[in-house]
Design a protein around this ligand. Structure first.
Ligand SMILES: [Zn+2]
Length: 275
């Protein structure tokens, strides 16, 4: 079994199973953020995940329509595992990779970048609709600079940290969305075939659904899921997530050694349910 740390293949296609678990987790954190563009006139191979933020995808569609031919995409959305593989190749001088940002820092990790074949031919069409060519040091790469997108540089790393903590509750790491030594160390240990193939695996790769379609519960929300949460916490259940609920969540998180941010995400919800 190969782990991410031992993966030396130049193509990132071999980490696809893990990628799909990470992309699913991103969908849980930010439902609807990434839009699937595989139905456009594009070709997107084994290491390519056809996802972009909605405004970037809409602009891409206009560029493809304007040129009227198929766009060959080598890389679009990149998970933290893919970015780590490329970053490692680049640092080691492998695979002819001349540029690769630190995991989490690439626009590919936020759904705002594309690497395409025939970049020179596509450049005028892409640039017309808000996609900027980065320059000759990374000649296939374009960044979307148009309006309406979110800066989510924490998202790809956070998705991994959450899945790690879910699968290895005894080896929790901080879920801060920041790439660092601790995250790198544990990512290296994960199987390229995903969490359910990783050493010591005991749980499903996908955490239980949150009470509201994949959304974290936080201050200001109201309704049945909040009342449910309050009952579990043993506080008056008025269905309104106010300061009293926040205090109870923070206390629960502190008691359990979680990051005490007062927000009920996947991990907090899981532990609240288990008590
Ligand atoms: Zn790129």
């Amino acid at each position: 079994m190969s782990t991410v740390g031992r993966y030396l293949d130049c193509s990132t296609a071999g980490v696809r199973a893990l990628d799909l678990q990470l992309i699913r987790q991103i969908e849980r954190i930010s439902p609807g953020l990434l839009v699937d563009f595989s139905k456009f006139n594009v070709q997107c191979g084994g290491g390519c995940h056809p996802f972009l933020q909605a405004p970037a995808a809409a602009a891409l569609k206009k560029a493809i329509t304007a040129r009227g031919r198929k766009l060959v995409v080598n890389s679009a959305y990149r998970t933290i595992s893919q970015q780590f593989v490329l970053y490692s190749h680049c640092r080691a001088g492998r695979c002819g990779i001349t540029a690769a940002a630190q995991p989490g820092k690439s626009n590919h990790n936020t759904g705002l970048a594309l690497d395409v074949e025939d970049a020179a031919g596509w450049r005028p069409y892409l640039e017309k609709f808000g996609w900027d060519w980065i320059g000759s040091f990374d000649p296939m790469h374009f960044d979307y600079r148009g309006p309406g997108c979110k800066n989510l540089s924490w998202l790809a790393t956070k998705a991994f940290q959450q899945l790690w903590n879910y699968n290895y509750p005894e080896r929790r790491i901080i879920e801060d969305g920041q790439w660092g030594q601790q995250t790198e160390k544990v990512l290296r240990c994960v199987s390229v075939n995903g969490f359910d193939s990783s050493p010591g695996f005991e749980r499903l790769a996908n955490p239980p659904e949150l009470p509201q379609i994949g959304t974290s519960l936080r201050a200001g929300m109201m309704g049945t899921p909040i009342a449910q949460l309050q009952k579990k916490l043993g506080i008056p259940s008025d269905g309104i997530f106010g300061s009293g609920t926040t205090a109870a969540v923070i206390k629960f998180q502190r008691d359990r050694g979680l990051v005490a941010d007062g927000i009920v995400g996947v991990q907090t919800w899981q532990l609240i349910n288990e008590q």
